[in-house]
Design a protein around this ligand. Structure first.
Ligand SMILES: *Cc1c(COP(=O)(O)O)cnc(C)c1O
Length: 580
């Protein structure tokens, strides 16, 4: 750094203001440039020591740059206040994790944690003495008949009543005839593997048709393309991977960053976690759509992907995709639209007469480069089916895995899995061609008409309007609401659960949502009635409401106990694999 210091200190008196400086530079610029070049050469390039100094100084400059640049980018992206809050939260987390690790504190925390884990285990791990138990292979196999009997017994374990339409999301159609068709399709193709198109040419044809049919629904241009995947998360993983690779190959980006609303599906976080990308989560505007000004501030030369949802999972709100598209086009960054949940509801909504108009969100918006659509949601296909679509082949190619020198032969695979269950693609294909355009249009009308009833009730029913606030202006099948004032929203959730309903619980802000499926359409009035009566009960109850859900989210929402919340999730996941 000596040269730099010397050249700065060696200045004659510096000009005082900007105008003076620019004049000064204009007049003396060339002289100084020559002068500096000469000095530079003398200082660095004269002898061996000079070269060593040059390398040293370059390393110092690089280190300073790599520290200062991220700080500057962060400040520019999040502003001073938010950046200070990030530092505060980071420190708080750091010190509370040390505090929690103190022996006497840890003992207390573990005691509480174990109680919670017990509760989780009790609610998740259901078993019955009448059921056969298989901690290891049976020494002698069971007969076909015995197994079918056992499968029925297993279905009798206590569960949420999805078949009565009282569960948000989960089962989107549930009709018997469709189920029979899908089972038959599975039956015929259970051995099919998409890894071998030569062995199963029919499955290859069907997959290409599924992709094409869904591309048409989302108004893709002729260059549009895609692939089927195992579900929405895989579609999002692939879109993340493709964006990362595209950024690397076409722009040389080595520290990829993704910008998405806070409401984006966890699958995008997972993609960033799996594929080593930094995720910037952007706050919402007052309309619960992503704040475009904040998105813009976060864009920098490492940005490989912008994401918006149509609609998002928590609130059922469609982001301003046209606004995002303007940014994506201006800065030449790919834009993904997550229509996993929206799927065929969003695809057909415009063709119904429910809304006067809905904002554009598909490939007709020029900046949109990829869209994910879950055929296993409102496409009604069997679980394990989604489609990832791209505007052009160069992007899709970036999700492919290619290995030309593998000992096992020339290898290529389009998605995350190697072998892929052809039967699921066949089930999806059978569903799409069975229901057809008219069928989907009708389902869309029925489901959204019902969800608009719920939306209107939240605004017009006195008891609901006094205690609950509709979140944003949902246009599709998902309606969410939060509490007004002191009302206990999680208490309401517990009460609804006791009546057999299953609303999804949300946080930041505390809220509930219901994703209406075809199963809920016939009982929408009952849903509204029960929502009203439960809300009234909670509002009128004089004693303090003790809600497990509330305490759980209390732990998760508090920065200093967030580590404990993580442990609770681990316990939940562990419980999945415990024998009962
Ligand atoms: C359901 C959903 C996904 C994908 O979830 P999977 O469970 O992997 O199918 C992605 N985005 C949104 C908005 C969703 O609701």
């Amino acid at each position: 750094m000596n040269y730099l210091k010397a050249s700065v200190y060696g200045q004659p008196t510096m000009p005082r203001d900007y105008k003076e400086l620019s004049l000064y530079l204009k007049i003396n610029g060339r002289y100084y440039l020559n002068h500096y070049a000469e000095e530079f050469q003398q200082y660095y390039l004269n002898d061996y020591n000079g070269y060593v100094n040059l390398i040293k100084d370059m390393i110092v400059l690089y280190v300073v740059y790599s520290i200062v640049n991220p700080i500057f980018t962060h400040l520019r992206g999040y502003g001073v206040l938010k950046s200070l809050k990030h530092i505060y939260n980071y420190l708080l987390k750091f010190f509370s994790s040390i505090f929690m690790a103190l022996p006497f504190v840890k003992k207390q925390v573990d005691k509480e944690l174990n109680k919670t884990i017990d509760t989780i285990d009790k609610s998740i791990i259901l078993n019955d003495e009448k059921l056969k138990q298989f901690p290891q292979l049976p020494s002698k196999g069971l007969s076909h008949l015995e197994i079918l009997q056992e499968l029925d017994n297993l279905q009798d374990l206590k569960h949420s009543a999805w078949d009565k339409g009282r569960v948000s999301g989960a089962v989107y159609h549930g009709g018997d005839e469709l189920l029979e068709l899908q089972s038959d399709a599975y039956n015929k193709y259970s051995i099919a593997n998409q890894l071998h198109p030569d062995v199963f040419p029919g499955v290859r044809k069907m997959e290409s048709e599924v992709v094409s049919m869904v591309l048409k629904i989302f108004n893709a241009p002729d260059s549009g393309c895609g692939s089927t995947t195992s579900g929405g998360t895989e579609s999002l993983l692939l879109t993340g991977l493709a964006a990362r690779e595209y950024g690397k190959r076409h722009k040389g980006i080595t520290k990829p960053e993704v910008i998405a609303p806070v409401t984006v599906h966890a699958g995008i976080e997972k993609a960033c976690y799996y594929f080593g990308m930094t995720l910037h989560k952007v706050d919402l505007g007052p309309d619960y759509k992503v704040d475009l000004k904040k998105v813009k501030k976060l864009i920098n030369r490492n940005t490989v992907l912008l994401v918006g949802s149509a609609p998002n999972y928590p609130h059922g709100i469609v982001d301003d995709i046209e606004g995002l598209s303007i940014l994506a086009t201006k800065y030449n960054i790919p834009l993904h639209v997550d229509a996993c949940l929206g799927s065929f509801i969003m695809g057909f909504l415009e063709k119904t007469d429910i809304h006067d108009s809905i904002p554009l969100f598909d490939f007709r918006v020029p900046g949109v480069t990829s869209i994910s659509c879950d055929t296993h949601k409102y496409g009604f296909a069997p679980k394990g089916s989604s489609v990832i679509m791209y505007r052009h082949k160069q992007l899709r190619e970036c999700q492919y895995y290619i290995s030309s020198d593998w000992t096992g032969g020339m290898y290529g695979s389009p998605t995350l899995a190697g072998s892929r269950p052809g039967a699921l693609t066949v089930g999806c294909w059978a569903t799409l061609v069975n229901i057809g355009e008219e069928g989907y249009l009708n389902y869309c009308k029925e489901i959204v008409t019902a969800s608009m009833k719920l939306k209107n009730a939240l605004k017009s029913n006195n008891i609901l309007a006094q205690n609950l606030e509709l979140i944003g202006d949902p246009l599709g099948s998902v309606i969410s609401f939060k509490a007004k004032g002191e009302f206990s929203i999680y208490g309401l959730s517990d009460k609804l659960t006791s009546k057999g309903w299953h609303f999804a619980t949300l946080q930041n802000p505390a809220a509930l949502h219901f994703a209406l499926t075809w199963l809920t359409v016939p009982i929408i009035e009952e849903l509204i009635d029960d929502l009203v009566s439960c809300t009234e009960e909670i509002a009128n109850s004089s004693e303090k409401i003790n809600s497990d859900t509330a305490s759980l989210y209390g732990v998760a929402g508090n920065v200093s106990t967030a580590g404990v919340a993580d442990k609770i999730i681990v316990a939940f996941l562990d419980a999945l694999y415990k024998l009962g």
